[in-house]
Design a protein around this ligand. Structure first.
Ligand code: NAP
Ligand code: ZN
Ligand code: ZN
Length: 355
């Protein structure tokens, strides 16, 4: 039995998203069928829809911050039962046997992880379609348990914004007293502040936007630095062990390097691509600093992050929208006019009449 679903899809880089009907696959033995309740709206959805990365295929149903409840499970599934609160993030499959998969780094699968949308199912070759839809069918290895104590709408952004900031904080060994900075107060940035604070770090926000100070402090920042003010940048010279840069577009990374302590690392998670201003390696060499990158997180680490959020009562600050508002939400996200993540209430799809 396959599952006919209503969804919202993009059909071109410039068109508006609208109603799209398609069938989810018949569940395999290890599949979990999920009724989607909420789906976060990540800036990557916008990059994908608008073909910023040059690999878009249409129709495209975006969405990889998925939270819902289990509707059915295949006969081999033991970890989930009907009614459980579950999540799905950016990946729905990987080879499961390469070196990276063996380490629990499915996102770095040497044979290529399968993304939740804008990708191909490795078994049947059909396009993967994401969370702006009523239901999804996913292999149990890639399904996460969402703590029932968390607000489910606020938990949805943990599946991408949460893990993308949690993973570098853990990988680079943040502990109580670590001096950490986050660049950009958006969806990823606000989760970075909350998670770093909960790990006991002393947290700084770099923002190009004056006026975010009160919010940043509420979200966990101990200090705020306006990145366009050279005096404020100079005042934090040599301070940070770790900087996580969430800015989505090309920008000059050089000014952040002097703010690292010797041996510190700046991790790019936002922008993928060449830097316009040549990057000067000299300041790295002379102080053993590093420029690094990081992609979401592995499945076990994502579960660890969700459990951590359950223990610390951490969810995203969200603005709940109807699916019919998605095109306007994209325009607002481009202007950084969201505090701090849009989440689609998928019940709004029910009023749409299938063609
Ligand atoms: P977002 O909510 O739109 O936040 C981006 C923030 O960056 C803004 O709030 C703004 O903060 C700052 N910014 C600085 N210059 C900007 C500019 N020219 N345009 C827009 N914002 C600018 O985005 P997000 O959802 O957090 O995603 C951030 C980036 O991470 C995206 O490129 C996304 O594709 C990427 N991403 C990567 C991964 C990964 O695994 N590596 C996972 C998810 C998302 P201030 O106003 O405070 O400066
Ligand atoms: Zn994302
Ligand atoms: Zn692999």
């Amino acid at each position: 039995m396959s599952y006919p679903v209503k969804a919202y899809a993009a059909h071109s880089p410039t068109g508006r998203l609208g109603l799209f009907n398609f069938d989810r696959r018949s569940p395999r033995a290890d599949d979990v069928v999920i009724e989607i309740l909420y789906c976060g709206v990540c800036h990557s959805d916008l990059h994908n829809v608008r073909n910023d990365w040059g690999n878009a295929t249409y129709p495209m149903v975006p969405g990889h911050e998925i939270v819902g409840r289990v509707l059915a499970v295949g006969p081999e599934v033991t970890r989930f039962k009907v009614g459980d609160a579950v999540g799905v993030g950016c990946m729905v499959e990987s080879c499961r046997h390469c070196g990276s998969c063996g380490k629990g780094w499915e996102q770095y699968c040497e044979n290529g992880a399968t993304y939740t949308y804008n990708h191909k199912d490795p078994i049947d070759g059909t396009p993967t379609q994401g969370g702006y839809s009523e239901k999804i069918v996913v292999a149990d290895h890639f399904v996460l348990k969402v703590p029932e104590t968390l607000d489910l709408a606020g938990a949805a952004p943990l599946l991408c914004a949460g893990i993308t900031t949690f993973s570098p904080l853990r990988h680079w060994g943040v502990k109580p007293g670590s001096k950490v900075a986050i660049v950009g107060l958006g969806g990823l940035g606000h989760m970075g502040l909350k998670l770093a604070k909960a790990m006991g770090a002393e947290v700084t926000l770099f923002s190009r936007s004056p006026g975010k100070e009160a919010d940043a402090r509420r979200l966990g920042a101990d200090h705020i630095v306006i990145s366009t003010d050279p005096a404020q940048m100079a005042a934090v010279a040599g301070r940070f062990e770790l900087i996580i840069d969430t800015v989505p577009y090309q920008h000059d990374v050089n000014p952040y390097v002097p703010t690292l302590a010797s041996g510190g690392t700046i991790v790019m998670v936002g922008y993928l691509g060449p830097l316009e201003t040549p990057f000067n390696t000299g300041p790295l060499v002379f102080s053993r600093k590093a420029l690094a990158g990081s992609l979401i997180g592995g499945i076990a680490e994502t579960q660890e992050m969700l459990d951590f959020c359950g223990q610390h009562g951490i969810t995203s600050d969200i603005e709940v929208i109807q699916i019919q508002d998605i095109n306007e939400a994209y325009e607002r996200m481009l202007k950084a006019d969201v505090k701090y993540r849009f989440v689609i209430d998928m019940a709004s799809l029910k009023s749409e009449v299938s063609a």
